[in-house]
Design a binder for this molecule. Structure first.
Ligand SMILES: [Zn+2]
Length: 142
């Protein structure tokens, strides 16, 4: 019974404490699954996968500006891809989940999960690909 208590009541609050609750309170269940619990939307399903307008992509949770439309490129991977970021807007963390060694990217302001960054694929001059969930983003047109 005590273990059950820890699992149901304590664990979520420990996870939530790492982030600022105010930023996440208005998110939908689907958004929470990705932004708080680090889920991944299905490939080719996201709103911004084939979106190429001029503007800025911001964090859905806190509104912080993350990527410019000039950073976005067609990678055909199924998720919005950016080969650069707005300086200081993103933090990188080692992620060993799913039996893989990857680098997770999170919003530097609210710690919301964005996706992963891959280096060395030679897709653009910058040689890196921020692979981001559309669900983690909100687009601000120019
Ligand atoms: Zn944020």
């Amino acid at each position: 019974m005590r273990f059950f208590y820890i699992l149901v009541f304590l664990l979520p609050s420990i996870i939530m404490c790492q982030n600022d609750l105010n930023y996440f309170s208005k998110l939908t269940e689907e958004e929470k699954n990705i932004i708080i619990y680090k889920g991944t939307e299905p490939p080719f399903s996201g709103e911004y996968n084939n979106h190429f307008e001029e503007g800025v992509y911001c964090c859905k949770a806190c509104g912080s500006e993350l990527f410019k439309s000039s950073h976005k490129f067609k990678s055909s991977c199924g998720w919005p891809s950016f080969d650069d970021e707005i300086e200081g807007s993103i933090l990188r963390k080692k992620d060993y989940s799913l039996g893989m060694s990857r680098t997770e990217i999170i919003c530097s302001k609210c710690s919301g999960h964005l996706g992963h960054v891959f280096i060395g694929e030679h897709l653009t001059k910058m040689n890196l690909r921020h692979c981001v969930n559309s669900t983690s983003l909100i687009f601000k047109p120019k």
